[in-house]
Design a protein around this ligand. Structure first.
Ligand SMILES: Cc1cc2nc3c(=O)[nH]c(=O)nc-3n(C[C@H](O)[C@H](O)[C@H](O)COP(=O)(O)O)c2cc1C
Length: 151
């Protein structure tokens, strides 16, 4: 079984979450981490049994890089060359003050509208916990493992 984790991160917080989720998921599945901005073929997502999308919150929304990425995913889906959606997907992300709901409402709704089957649970952490309480990342590890087990 294979899981791909696609994430954006500018100052490294969401990246730490992505790595912890990968740690947990890799107990069950083969995991590939892909950072938005690095070159990779979207067919990587076609080969995955599950996808995990992660974004930081910027100005009360997911990052522009994640928005753009999802636009590319949408046009790839419309081109209908290979199915990259139509499978379980989970979301995670970090925020600084009031942005926790962005993952639950915005990112989850976006991946559902693309045809992914959204995993109920989300993994969301505030930046100060990621920076100063490293054990908060244990919840990401657990999240990754549980998502992998659910597939
Ligand atoms: C320009 C800017 C805008 C931000 N806007 C929000 C926001 O609207 N709501 C919020 O909760 N956090 C906001 N934050 C905090 C980030 O979401 C938080 O620090 C996050 O962990 C950054 O993730 P990254 O290190 O993966 O880039 C903002 C940070 C910056 C620098």
């Amino acid at each position: 079984m294979k899981i791909v984790i696609v994430y954006d991160s500018k100052t490294g917080n969401t990246e730490k979450m992505a790595k912890a989720i990968a740690d947990g998921a890799s107990e069950i599945a083969e995991v590939e981490l892909k950072k938005i901005g690095e070159a990779f073929p979207l067919t990587v997502m076609a080969k995955a049994d599950g996808v995990v999308f992660g974004s930081p919150v910027y100005y009360a929304d997911i990052s522009n890089e994640m928005k753009d990425f999802l636009v590319h995913v949408e046009s790839y889906i419309k081109a209908n060359k290979k199915k990259i959606h139509d499978r379980p997907a989970a979301v995670f992300g970090s925020y600084g003050y009031d942005g926790a709901w962005i993952m639950e409402e915005r990112l989850k709704a976006r991946i559902e509208s693309l045809g992914y089957q959204a995993y109920d649970d989300v993994c969301v952490l505030v930046d100060t916990d990621i920076k100063y309480h490293e054990d908060s990342l244990d919840s990401c590890k657990e999240f990754g493992k549980k998502f992998a087990e659910s597939i």
